[in-house]
Design a binder for this molecule. Sequence first.
Ligand code: ADP
Ligand code: MG
Length: 375
Amino acid sequence: MQMNSLNVSPDFPCFPDNAKSLANRYLTKEIYERLIHIKTQYGFTLYDAIRSGLENPDSSIGIYAGDAESYELFSDIFIPVIQRYHSIEVLKHHIKSTTSSSFTSIIADRLDLMESRFPDPDREHKYIISTRIRVARNLNGFPFTPIISTFDRKRVEKIIIQALENIPSPLKGVYRSIQPSLIIKSSFDKSFFRKGDRFQDAAGINRDWPDSRGIFESDDKKFMVWVNEEDHLRVISIDKTGDISGVFKRLIMGVKDIENNLNLKNISFAWNQELGYLTACPSNLGTSMRASVHIQLPNLFKNKHLLNNAATQLQLQIRGTKGENSDVESAVFDISNIQRLGVTEKQCVEILYKGLCKIIELEEDLANYNPLSET
Ligand code: ADP
Ligand code: MG
């Protein structure tokens, strides 16, 4: 794989002194020396895995997987990172076995979907601007985006286009390639597929941009599939409301349709019993689900420490308006579940729902609080 050379020493300790990432925190000299000379079958090394964290000392995770095998081969460093991020215990000897059940698949969740009705947490429609739930998927038998070749990226795109071709209504839609001169904007202005940030860039994910990248969008614009972004697929359901249940159901319908079409061609998603769906970034393992809202909170915007404290307690993550590593504009936050492994898809959504009820309550308390009335 062709990468720019780094200004850091290949010797341990390799991370700069100011590095804050989980990879830096858990990479001991012993682990480094044990893993630094081995490669996966696609040629991915520990050095490739931590490259993004090395180049970006402000990375929070600082390590990516180049393929499914990375999680097994480099488990000594991936396991502590995964355990810390998802707050669960991962058993090394289970990574390849089929006996553990820390993960429940989307199919199992589907059975009780009929009962999982989450009312709109913003009943008066004052705060929530849109709801978006996405899952990530990678195809078995291909390297992941940090290391995939131009040829394989094209093959992945072709397979996904075929799986989407005869998708039934109401998800039926069109696929468009991303053209260098044409920014494809979805109807949701703030949710568009753009070239990855400097963290993804250093990981190798932006190579050959925008070659073989594209967006499938349903006719009603509420269902999307991003092809060859951070993972081979990002399956997305979105709506300009707080109808979490509706968005969740549409997503599950879409994922099942794609999975069935792929299975007909003997193609499956990269998955294992212990880690669930395997993704380029370890933060997405498990359900790979991020259920988020764009929510305008003017009072909490002025009291960000209150919002941050609440988010930590409620197991929620706060992002900026244009996504990860972006700023909050016009007091519009992206709030989502943080944990994706060790929970079911329904639990991811439930965590968001319950957390939002509390956060809206906090925003209303602040709005009603008038310091001048205090004696
Ligand atoms: P992910 O990795 O889950 O896809 P990112 O943080 O990379 O999320 O953001 C991807 C895009 O999705 C960004 O343009 C962001 O603004 C948009 N987005 C995220 N959540 C929402 C939401 N609830 N409503 C509308 N757009 C959203
Ligand atoms: Mg992203």
